[in-house]
Ligand binder design. Sequence first.
Ligand code: SAH
Ligand code: SF4
Length: 350
Amino acid sequence: MFAVLNSTAVTGLIGCDLAALQAIVTELGEPKFRAEQLHQWLYVHNRRQFDEMTNLAKSLRDKLAETYRVGVLDIREKQVSQDGTVKYLFGLPDGSSVESVLMYFEERDVYAVCLSTQVGCAVNCDFCATGKLGFKRHLTPGEIVEQFQFIRYDSNVEVRNVVLMGQGEPLLNYESVMAAIYLLNKSCEIGMRHITLSTSGIVPAIDRLADEQLQLTLAISLHAPDNETREKIMPLNKKYPLEVLIPSLHRYVDKTGRRVTIEYILLAGVNDTTAHAHKLTALLKNLHCNINLIPYNPIGEEYNYQRPTRDAVYAFQHALMAGPQKVTVRIERGTDIAAACGQLQNKVIA
Ligand code: SAH
Ligand code: SF4
Protein backbone atom coordinates (compact mmCIF):
# COMPACT_ATOMS: atom_id res chain seq x y z
CA MET A 1 0.00 0.00 0.00
CA PHE A 2 1.18 3.49 -0.70
CA ALA A 3 -0.49 6.86 -0.49
CA VAL A 4 -1.22 8.57 -3.76
CA LEU A 5 -0.60 12.27 -3.42
CA ASN A 6 -2.53 14.36 -5.84
CA SER A 7 -0.43 17.45 -6.53
CA THR A 8 -3.44 19.60 -7.34
CA ALA A 9 -5.34 18.74 -4.15
CA VAL A 10 -5.10 21.17 -1.28
CA THR A 11 -4.06 19.26 1.80
CA GLY A 12 -4.07 21.35 4.95
CA LEU A 13 -2.00 20.20 7.90
CA ILE A 14 -4.27 21.82 10.48
CA GLY A 15 -6.51 18.95 11.45
CA CYS A 16 -3.65 16.43 11.71
CA ASP A 17 -2.84 15.22 15.19
CA LEU A 18 0.70 14.33 16.26
CA ALA A 19 0.43 10.74 15.01
CA ALA A 20 -0.71 11.90 11.57
CA LEU A 21 2.11 14.44 11.42
CA GLN A 22 4.59 11.70 12.36
CA ALA A 23 3.34 9.62 9.43
CA ILE A 24 3.79 12.60 7.11
CA VAL A 25 7.36 13.45 8.15
CA THR A 26 8.35 9.77 8.07
CA GLU A 27 7.02 9.52 4.52
CA LEU A 28 9.16 12.52 3.64
CA GLY A 29 12.21 10.66 5.00
CA GLU A 30 12.58 12.80 8.11
CA PRO A 31 13.03 11.73 11.73
CA LYS A 32 9.90 11.49 13.87
CA PHE A 33 10.82 14.30 16.30
CA ARG A 34 10.33 16.76 13.44
CA ALA A 35 6.62 16.07 13.76
CA GLU A 36 6.65 17.42 17.31
CA GLN A 37 8.27 20.63 16.12
CA LEU A 38 5.79 20.92 13.26
CA HIS A 39 2.94 20.29 15.69
CA GLN A 40 4.15 23.17 17.92
CA TRP A 41 4.41 25.56 14.99
CA LEU A 42 0.98 24.66 13.69
CA TYR A 43 -1.02 24.72 16.88
CA VAL A 44 0.84 26.60 19.60
CA HIS A 45 2.82 29.21 17.65
CA ASN A 46 0.04 29.27 15.07
CA ARG A 47 2.23 30.08 12.06
CA ARG A 48 0.65 29.95 8.62
CA GLN A 49 3.82 29.80 6.49
CA PHE A 50 6.29 26.91 6.48
CA ASP A 51 9.12 29.41 6.06
CA GLU A 52 8.40 30.85 9.49
CA MET A 53 9.05 27.45 11.11
CA THR A 54 12.67 28.29 11.66
CA ASN A 55 13.85 25.21 13.53
CA LEU A 56 12.83 22.96 10.62
CA ALA A 57 15.54 22.49 7.97
CA LYS A 58 14.96 24.51 4.80
CA SER A 59 14.87 21.24 2.85
CA LEU A 60 11.99 19.94 4.98
CA ARG A 61 10.10 23.24 4.72
CA ASP A 62 10.44 23.04 0.94
CA LYS A 63 9.31 19.42 0.84
CA LEU A 64 6.27 20.24 2.97
CA ALA A 65 5.38 23.25 0.82
CA GLU A 66 5.47 21.07 -2.31
CA THR A 67 2.60 18.88 -1.14
CA TYR A 68 0.89 20.59 1.77
CA ARG A 69 -0.44 23.87 2.99
CA VAL A 70 -0.76 24.88 6.63
CA GLY A 71 -4.50 25.47 6.23
CA VAL A 72 -7.14 25.62 3.54
CA LEU A 73 -9.40 28.52 4.58
CA ASP A 74 -9.29 32.05 3.26
CA ILE A 75 -11.00 35.12 4.68
CA ARG A 76 -13.70 36.10 2.24
CA GLU A 77 -15.16 38.83 4.38
CA LYS A 78 -14.69 40.31 7.82
CA GLN A 79 -17.09 42.64 9.61
CA VAL A 80 -16.56 44.45 12.90
CA SER A 81 -19.56 45.30 15.07
CA GLN A 82 -19.97 48.44 17.17
CA ASP A 83 -19.56 46.25 20.26
CA GLY A 84 -16.24 44.86 19.01
CA THR A 85 -17.59 41.49 17.84
CA VAL A 86 -15.92 40.33 14.63
CA LYS A 87 -17.65 38.09 12.11
CA TYR A 88 -15.57 36.15 9.60
CA LEU A 89 -16.80 34.59 6.41
CA PHE A 90 -14.31 31.86 5.53
CA GLY A 91 -14.01 30.39 2.06
CA LEU A 92 -13.47 26.60 1.87
CA PRO A 93 -11.55 24.72 -0.83
CA ASP A 94 -14.74 23.54 -2.60
CA GLY A 95 -15.97 27.11 -2.98
CA SER A 96 -18.51 26.97 -0.14
CA SER A 97 -18.22 29.15 2.95
CA VAL A 98 -18.91 29.26 6.67
CA GLU A 99 -19.11 31.97 9.29
CA SER A 100 -17.34 32.22 12.64
CA VAL A 101 -17.49 34.91 15.30
CA LEU A 102 -14.98 36.42 17.74
CA MET A 103 -16.62 37.88 20.84
CA TYR A 104 -15.20 39.89 23.72
CA PHE A 105 -16.89 39.75 27.11
CA GLU A 106 -15.83 42.89 28.91
CA GLU A 107 -17.21 41.98 32.30
CA ARG A 108 -15.06 38.84 32.44
CA ASP A 109 -12.28 40.18 30.16
CA VAL A 110 -12.31 37.07 27.96
CA TYR A 111 -12.44 36.37 24.28
CA ALA A 112 -14.53 33.53 22.92
CA VAL A 113 -14.83 32.14 19.44
CA CYS A 114 -18.00 30.65 17.98
CA LEU A 115 -17.25 27.96 15.40
CA SER A 116 -19.32 26.32 12.68
CA THR A 117 -19.44 22.57 12.23
CA GLN A 118 -21.34 22.16 8.95
CA VAL A 119 -22.03 24.15 5.80
CA GLY A 120 -25.72 24.91 6.32
CA CYS A 121 -27.88 22.69 8.53
CA ALA A 122 -30.49 20.01 7.94
CA VAL A 123 -32.38 20.44 11.21
CA ASN A 124 -34.32 23.38 9.82
CA CYS A 125 -35.44 25.15 12.98
CA ASP A 126 -37.95 27.73 11.90
CA PHE A 127 -36.29 30.73 13.61
CA CYS A 128 -32.71 30.12 12.39
CA ALA A 129 -31.02 31.70 9.37
CA THR A 130 -28.62 28.76 8.99
CA GLY A 131 -31.56 26.37 8.85
CA LYS A 132 -32.92 28.35 5.91
CA LEU A 133 -29.75 27.54 3.94
CA GLY A 134 -30.45 23.81 4.04
CA PHE A 135 -27.63 21.28 4.52
CA LYS A 136 -24.64 21.43 2.17
CA ARG A 137 -21.94 19.31 3.79
CA HIS A 138 -20.07 18.39 6.98
CA LEU A 139 -16.89 20.24 7.88
CA THR A 140 -13.70 18.24 8.42
CA PRO A 141 -11.88 18.42 11.79
CA GLY A 142 -9.27 20.64 10.11
CA GLU A 143 -11.88 23.05 8.79
CA ILE A 144 -13.39 23.36 12.27
CA VAL A 145 -10.08 23.86 14.10
CA GLU A 146 -8.71 26.19 11.43
CA GLN A 147 -11.55 28.69 12.01
CA PHE A 148 -10.21 28.99 15.56
CA GLN A 149 -6.57 29.20 14.51
CA PHE A 150 -7.25 31.72 11.76
CA ILE A 151 -9.20 34.02 14.08
CA ARG A 152 -6.41 33.90 16.68
CA TYR A 153 -3.89 34.63 13.95
CA ASP A 154 -5.87 37.49 12.43
CA SER A 155 -6.95 39.14 15.69
CA ASN A 156 -3.80 38.49 17.69
CA VAL A 157 -5.73 38.12 20.93
CA GLU A 158 -5.65 35.28 23.41
CA VAL A 159 -8.83 33.25 23.04
CA ARG A 160 -9.67 30.99 25.98
CA ASN A 161 -13.22 29.89 25.20
CA VAL A 162 -14.68 28.02 22.28
CA VAL A 163 -18.36 27.56 21.61
CA LEU A 164 -19.50 25.10 18.95
CA MET A 165 -22.61 27.14 18.30
CA GLY A 166 -22.12 28.51 14.82
CA GLN A 167 -23.60 27.06 11.67
CA GLY A 168 -24.61 23.44 11.66
CA GLU A 169 -25.64 20.74 14.11
CA PRO A 170 -22.44 19.46 15.75
CA LEU A 171 -23.92 16.13 16.84
CA LEU A 172 -24.88 15.25 13.26
CA ASN A 173 -21.17 15.52 12.37
CA TYR A 174 -20.08 13.53 15.38
CA GLU A 175 -16.70 12.05 14.40
CA SER A 176 -15.29 15.26 12.92
CA VAL A 177 -16.55 17.37 15.80
CA MET A 178 -15.01 14.97 18.34
CA ALA A 179 -11.70 14.99 16.48
CA ALA A 180 -11.84 18.82 16.43
CA ILE A 181 -12.59 18.96 20.17
CA TYR A 182 -9.61 16.74 20.95
CA LEU A 183 -7.36 18.90 18.76
CA LEU A 184 -8.63 22.11 20.38
CA ASN A 185 -7.96 20.60 23.78
CA LYS A 186 -4.72 18.66 23.26
CA SER A 187 -3.06 20.61 20.46
CA CYS A 188 -4.38 24.18 20.84
CA GLU A 189 -4.39 23.83 24.64
CA ILE A 190 -7.95 25.01 25.25
CA GLY A 191 -9.25 23.59 28.54
CA MET A 192 -12.14 21.13 28.10
CA ARG A 193 -14.11 23.20 30.60
CA HIS A 194 -13.71 26.15 28.25
CA ILE A 195 -15.44 24.34 25.40
CA THR A 196 -19.23 24.40 24.95
CA LEU A 197 -21.11 22.26 22.45
CA SER A 198 -24.67 23.28 21.59
CA THR A 199 -27.11 20.78 20.12
CA SER A 200 -30.71 20.84 19.03
CA GLY A 201 -31.12 17.48 20.80
CA ILE A 202 -29.91 14.48 18.77
CA VAL A 203 -30.63 11.89 21.46
CA PRO A 204 -28.45 8.92 20.34
CA ALA A 205 -25.49 11.28 19.96
CA ILE A 206 -26.10 12.80 23.41
CA ASP A 207 -25.81 9.26 24.82
CA ARG A 208 -22.66 8.65 22.83
CA LEU A 209 -21.16 11.91 24.07
CA ALA A 210 -22.05 11.01 27.65
CA ASP A 211 -19.93 7.86 27.29
CA GLU A 212 -16.91 10.00 26.36
CA GLN A 213 -17.13 11.55 29.85
CA LEU A 214 -15.72 14.87 28.77
CA GLN A 215 -15.56 17.93 30.98
CA LEU A 216 -16.97 20.21 28.27
CA THR A 217 -20.31 21.99 28.70
CA LEU A 218 -23.24 20.53 26.82
CA ALA A 219 -25.88 23.10 25.88
CA ILE A 220 -29.30 21.95 24.71
CA SER A 221 -31.51 24.08 22.49
CA LEU A 222 -34.76 23.26 24.23
CA HIS A 223 -36.79 26.35 23.32
CA ALA A 224 -40.19 25.05 24.42
CA PRO A 225 -41.66 23.29 27.48
CA ASP A 226 -44.15 21.06 25.63
CA ASN A 227 -44.16 18.97 22.44
CA GLU A 228 -46.86 20.99 20.77
CA THR A 229 -44.95 24.28 20.95
CA ARG A 230 -41.57 22.66 20.24
CA GLU A 231 -42.79 20.80 17.18
CA LYS A 232 -44.01 24.02 15.61
CA ILE A 233 -40.61 25.68 15.80
CA MET A 234 -38.27 22.64 15.67
CA PRO A 235 -39.35 19.81 13.32
CA LEU A 236 -36.70 17.62 14.98
CA ASN A 237 -39.00 17.33 17.97
CA LYS A 238 -41.09 14.79 16.04
CA LYS A 239 -38.09 12.48 15.98
CA TYR A 240 -36.85 13.14 19.52
CA PRO A 241 -39.81 14.42 21.57
CA LEU A 242 -39.39 15.78 25.09
CA GLU A 243 -40.21 12.46 26.79
CA VAL A 244 -37.16 11.03 24.98
CA LEU A 245 -34.90 14.09 25.14
CA ILE A 246 -35.25 14.98 28.81
CA PRO A 247 -34.33 11.48 30.11
CA SER A 248 -31.22 11.59 27.88
CA LEU A 249 -30.16 14.79 29.68
CA HIS A 250 -30.56 13.09 33.05
CA ARG A 251 -28.42 10.20 31.79
CA TYR A 252 -25.82 12.70 30.55
CA VAL A 253 -25.64 14.44 33.93
CA ASP A 254 -25.47 11.12 35.78
CA LYS A 255 -22.65 9.80 33.60
CA THR A 256 -20.51 12.93 33.36
CA GLY A 257 -21.28 14.66 36.64
CA ARG A 258 -21.58 17.88 34.60
CA ARG A 259 -24.42 20.34 34.77
CA VAL A 260 -25.98 20.97 31.35
CA THR A 261 -27.08 24.33 29.98
CA ILE A 262 -30.64 24.68 28.77
CA GLU A 263 -30.94 27.26 26.00
CA TYR A 264 -34.37 28.80 25.54
CA ILE A 265 -35.00 31.22 22.69
CA LEU A 266 -37.75 33.71 23.49
CA LEU A 267 -40.19 34.27 20.63
CA ALA A 268 -42.88 36.83 21.42
CA GLY A 269 -46.29 35.24 21.80
CA VAL A 270 -45.00 31.76 20.88
CA ASN A 271 -43.16 30.40 23.92
CA ASP A 272 -42.67 33.35 26.28
CA THR A 273 -45.71 33.46 28.57
CA THR A 274 -45.65 32.89 32.31
CA ALA A 275 -47.56 29.66 31.69
CA HIS A 276 -44.68 28.46 29.47
CA ALA A 277 -42.22 29.38 32.21
CA HIS A 278 -44.11 27.35 34.79
CA LYS A 279 -44.28 24.34 32.48
CA LEU A 280 -40.55 24.66 31.91
CA THR A 281 -39.88 24.63 35.64
CA ALA A 282 -41.92 21.44 35.93
CA LEU A 283 -40.18 19.82 32.94
CA LEU A 284 -36.71 20.55 34.30
CA LYS A 285 -37.52 19.41 37.82
CA ASN A 286 -34.49 17.66 39.34
CA LEU A 287 -32.31 18.29 36.28
CA HIS A 288 -28.85 19.60 37.17
CA CYS A 289 -28.77 22.56 34.78
CA ASN A 290 -28.46 26.29 34.21
CA ILE A 291 -31.00 28.05 32.03
CA ASN A 292 -29.92 30.58 29.43
CA LEU A 293 -32.61 32.71 27.83
CA ILE A 294 -31.92 33.96 24.29
CA PRO A 295 -34.24 36.74 23.09
CA TYR A 296 -34.89 36.05 19.39
CA ASN A 297 -32.48 37.75 17.00
CA PRO A 298 -34.38 38.77 13.87
CA ILE A 299 -33.39 36.94 10.68
CA GLY A 300 -35.54 38.80 8.19
CA GLU A 301 -38.92 40.42 7.98
CA GLU A 302 -40.32 37.59 5.90
CA TYR A 303 -40.18 35.34 8.97
CA ASN A 304 -43.00 35.55 11.43
CA TYR A 305 -41.19 35.88 14.72
CA GLN A 306 -40.74 38.87 16.99
CA ARG A 307 -38.32 39.57 19.75
CA PRO A 308 -40.15 39.98 23.09
CA THR A 309 -39.93 43.30 24.91
CA ARG A 310 -37.33 43.67 27.61
CA ASP A 311 -40.09 43.55 30.24
CA ALA A 312 -41.43 40.28 28.82
CA VAL A 313 -37.91 38.77 28.97
CA TYR A 314 -37.51 39.79 32.61
CA ALA A 315 -41.00 38.57 33.49
CA PHE A 316 -40.12 35.16 32.00
CA GLN A 317 -36.82 35.08 33.85
CA HIS A 318 -38.57 36.06 37.07
CA ALA A 319 -41.18 33.32 36.69
CA LEU A 320 -38.41 30.72 36.27
CA MET A 321 -36.73 31.84 39.44
CA ALA A 322 -39.32 29.88 41.38
CA GLY A 323 -37.30 26.82 40.27
CA PRO A 324 -33.92 25.83 41.68
CA GLN A 325 -31.84 26.64 38.58
CA LYS A 326 -29.73 29.66 37.79
CA VAL A 327 -31.38 31.65 34.99
CA THR A 328 -29.39 34.09 32.85
CA VAL A 329 -30.27 36.15 29.79
CA ARG A 330 -27.77 35.87 26.96
CA ILE A 331 -25.98 39.10 26.16
CA GLU A 332 -26.20 39.29 22.44
CA ARG A 333 -23.17 40.24 20.42
CA GLY A 334 -22.88 41.74 16.97
CA THR A 335 -26.56 42.08 16.02
CA ASP A 336 -25.69 45.09 13.81
CA ILE A 337 -23.54 42.81 11.61
CA ALA A 338 -25.88 39.78 11.85
CA ALA A 339 -23.35 37.89 13.97
CA ALA A 340 -25.64 37.01 16.86
CA CYS A 341 -27.07 33.54 17.56
CA GLY A 342 -29.03 32.22 14.64
CA GLN A 343 -28.14 35.04 12.26
CA LEU A 344 -25.28 33.34 10.40
CA GLN A 345 -26.16 32.87 6.77
CA ASN A 346 -23.00 33.36 4.67
CA LYS A 347 -24.04 36.63 3.10
CA VAL A 348 -21.36 38.66 1.37
CA ILE A 349 -22.03 42.36 1.75
CA ALA A 350 -22.02 43.92 -1.70
N1 SAH B 1 -27.22 23.56 15.89
C1 SAH B 1 -26.89 23.84 17.23
C2 SAH B 1 -25.85 24.92 17.40
C3 SAH B 1 -25.96 26.11 16.51
S1 SAH B 1 -27.33 27.20 16.79
C4 SAH B 1 -28.13 24.15 18.05
O1 SAH B 1 -29.17 24.37 17.45
O2 SAH B 1 -28.02 24.16 19.26
C5 SAH B 1 -26.83 28.05 18.29
C6 SAH B 1 -27.98 28.58 19.14
O3 SAH B 1 -28.61 29.70 18.49
C7 SAH B 1 -29.07 27.57 19.36
O4 SAH B 1 -29.49 27.57 20.70
C8 SAH B 1 -30.16 28.07 18.45
O5 SAH B 1 -31.41 27.58 18.78
C9 SAH B 1 -30.01 29.55 18.60
N2 SAH B 1 -30.68 30.33 17.57
C10 SAH B 1 -30.96 29.96 16.30
N3 SAH B 1 -31.59 30.95 15.64
C11 SAH B 1 -31.72 31.96 16.52
C12 SAH B 1 -32.26 33.28 16.42
N4 SAH B 1 -32.80 33.74 15.30
N5 SAH B 1 -32.22 34.07 17.52
C13 SAH B 1 -31.66 33.62 18.67
N6 SAH B 1 -31.11 32.41 18.81
C14 SAH B 1 -31.15 31.58 17.75
FE1 SF4 C 1 -29.44 23.93 12.72
FE2 SF4 C 1 -29.03 24.87 15.20
FE3 SF4 C 1 -30.04 26.45 13.27
FE4 SF4 C 1 -31.53 24.49 14.28
S1 SF4 C 1 -30.75 26.30 15.38
S2 SF4 C 1 -31.30 24.98 12.10
S3 SF4 C 1 -29.99 22.92 14.63
S4 SF4 C 1 -28.01 25.54 13.32
